[in-house]
Design a protein around this ligand. Structure first.
Ligand code: NCD
Length: 648
């Protein structure tokens, strides 16, 4: 057992604002002492171990330098391929063993959530020096320290993050910290490399914080661009959008461009990308031109390094380039962190316990869907653990991995006592909460898996048909007529159907609109829970540009409105439509968000626990008569939910 108290820095969120401020004050003292050549031996007699399962120059060497400067000693496994890891030793075993050799362990690992595992198994404190694409909290300390030194403050600064915001772990830790310090964040992701949803959702749920998004070109150019700060896609103005007016036109036109305080440019994290995602060229390139715009005059240029081609060498001589200062800060800041951990020993109250995870007693227990999650690689001893996803959206069930935070969408749920399984929908949400508390929730990827685990389908209560095939056709025709009547320019129309039944309806509306207007609007499907936020063309037009289009979003049923809200967010990631309207076959009420559909096939008052099922046959081919069988039914879950319990 080491001589430092057990306090792990796995996430930047493990450090409170005042603790970070204290670390910065110590870093100032250490910088000064180093400059003056004064000794700072607060860690003499202590040993730090560095376990690096991934390459590193700055992080490892500055940690080791920091420990030496503090009078401590360092033992190092800089290349874990030369250690027992190469023989297949687990991270847990290594962390336990090394705890007997050192008072503090610094870990870098290629898998998401690895630092959490090391922290749980090590008896001594763990500092995360980068775990997969998740976090890199000590890089953030260096980043914030320099940013604050340059700007005098953090609150109210506007920081533009540019490049690979998906896999860049330094970016994720920085985002959490900037949000807490009250800075504004503008994200300018390289195509497809957006800030991951789990990061955005954590910000929204815990801090009610939203990031603005612009394109890399907008960030670098003087014109337009940062007006998007006032119109963020993650906070769509739903009421305004669904009136069909163009909300962009309502912006005051002569808004001066917002001044930027920092550009934080990052490398493309090629090593984390699947082969299919590896793009050839075309990545962000940041050079002196980007600093010539008036809003960039006072901006510093930051980079966690190493750089590849994204940062031109010509910038190095510009006084606004501070990336080598960030790297140099590694020593005093890491000295300060270690000294603070020692200082904290006597005083500090124990850290608040983490929120307990959902225990899955029943087999099969769910598996994290993130291939880079540590639980996928060390499954011999790690039981996957989850929380309910943070989003308040109850129309879908999603679990959040306790290790990597990635969300897992659940289609089928089971009740372990009654051995019944259900396809999840909103009416089950309350029950699922209860099953989690009882420890009786089971989840399945497929019906086959549920049945092989000995679960039977639930029995439905009595069904009530609320629309037949003829009524559905008539409702679609009426909606199509109204869409055409409202369209000032039918050629600007485009349909976006929410997967899956919304997409089927969108294809039907496309034909009906074509018959009336003489032109079929291009049509795409959108999967609000898909991995990529792309629109998938449903016709032979090969897709369309969202910019400037009069979009009609199509779904089968609107209930709380959460699905529509998600669809809006996804749509906005694809461009800026001129207007967005909403068409739904059924409005069943119970709205939780201020969303009003523009076109409704039928309004059906329902009880909260009722389920509404829309069945639509997909036509087999162009022009072929639709097969009978389309219908909408409503049935209750409540009786069938009680029934199995009564039987046990
Ligand atoms: C970063 C890392 O390893 O995440 N490097 C660092 O520690 N400064 C950034 C990177 O590798 O791109």
């Amino acid at each position: 057992m080491g001589r430092m108290p057990k306090f792990d820095v796995v996430s930047i969120e493990d450090l409170a604002i005042d603790e970070i401020e204290r670390i910065f004050a110590l870093a100032d003292e250490f910088s000064e002492a180093l400059r003056a050549g004064r000794p700072c031996a607060v860690a003499s007699g202590l040993i730090m171990a560095t376990l690096f399962y991934e390459p590193s120059t700055r992080t490892r060497l500055s940690f080791e330098s920091a420990m030496h400067r503090l009078g401590g000693a360092v033992i190092s496994s800089a290349d874990m391929h030369a250690s027992s890891a190469a023989k297949g030793e687990t991270l847990a075993d290594t962390a336990r063993v090394v705890s007997a050799y050192a008072d503090l362990i610094v870990v870098r690992h290629p898998y998401d959530g690895a630092a959490r595992v090391a922290a749980e198994y090590a008896a001594v404190p763990i500092i995360n020096a980068g775990d997969g694409s998740r976090e890199h909290p000590t890089q953030t300390l260096c980043d914030l320290y320099i940013l604050k030194r340059k700007k005098g403050r953090l609150r109210g600064l506007t920081v533009a993050l540019c490049g690979d915001l998906k896999f860049g772990r330094t970016v994720h830790s920085l985002i959490y910290a900037l949000a807490r310090f009250g800075a504004n964040i503008v994200a300018a992701p390289f195509g497809g490399m957006d800030v991951p949803d789990y990061v955005l959702e954590r910000l929204a749920a815990e801090r009610n914080y939203r990031i603005s998004t612009v394109t890399v070109d907008e960030l670098k150019s003087q014109a337009g661009g940062l007006d998007a700060l006032y119109l963020t896609p993650s906070a769509p103005h739903q009421m305004a959008l669904f009136t069909g007016e163009n909300p962009l036109e309502k912006l005051p036109s002569a808004r001066p461009p917002a001044a930027l305080d920092a550009f934080y440019v990052t490398r493309l994290q090629r090593e984390r990308m699947a082969d299919a995602d590896r793009t050839g060229g075309g990545y962000v390139h940041f050079d002196a031109r980007a600093l010539r715009t008036s809003r960039a005059q006072q901006a510093v240029v930051m980079h966690p390094l190493p750089r590849t081609d994204e940062l031109a060498y010509e910038l190095d001589s510009d006084p606004r380039a501070v990336y080598f200062e960030q790297a140099a800060a590694g020593v005093p800041v890491r000295m300060a962190l270690i000294a603070w951990m020692l200082e904290r020993a006597g005083a500090a109250a124990p850290k608040a316990a983490r929120e307990p995870a959902i225990r899955f007693k029943a087999e099969p227990s769910p598996r994290c869907a993130n291939p880079a999650c540590i639980t996928r690689h060390e499954s011999a001893y790690l039981r996957p653990r989850f929380h309910l996803a943070r989003s308040a959206d109850r129309s879908q069930l999603a679990l959040r991995c306790d290790f990597c935070e990635r969300e897992l969408r659940v289609e089928f749920v089971g009740h372990a006592k009654s051995r019944r399984y259900y396809r999840f929908d909103e009416s089950l949400y309350g029950y699922v909460r209860q099953w989690i508390e009882e420890g009786s929730l089971a989840v399945f990827e497929t019906v086959k898996q549920a049945e092989e685990s000995g679960y039977e389908p639930y029995r439905r209560g009595p069904q009530r048909e609320v629309m037949n095939a003829a009524e559905i056709s008539a409702a679609c025709a009426a909606m199509a007529a109204q869409i055409v009547a409202d369209a000032s320019d039918p050629t600007a129309l485009a349909l976006v159907g929410v997967v899956s039944r919304g997409a089927v309806l969108a294809m039907r509306l496309r034909e009906l609109i074509g018959e009336r207007a003489g032109v079929r609007p291009p049509t795409a499907a959108l999967d609000v829970y898909g991995e990529d936020a792309a629109l998938h063309p449903l016709d032979l037009t090969g897709g369309f540009d969202v910019d400037g289009r009069a979009i009609v979003l199509v779904d089968d049923v609107i209930n709380s409105g959460w699905t529509v809200q998600r669809a809006m967010t996804t749509l906005w990631r694809n461009g800026r439509p001129a207007s967005v309207k909403l068409a739904v076959l059924i409005d069943r009420g119970h709205r939780a968000l201020p969303i009003r559909p523009n076109y409704v096939g039928k309004r059906i008052p329902t009880a909260r626990n009722d389920r509404v099922r829309v069945r639509l046959n997909v036509p087999a081919g162009e022009g072929e008569a639709r097969r009978p069988g389309d219908r909408v039914v409503v049935y209750s879950m409540v009786d069938s939910m009680r029934e199995p319990e009564a039987a046990t």
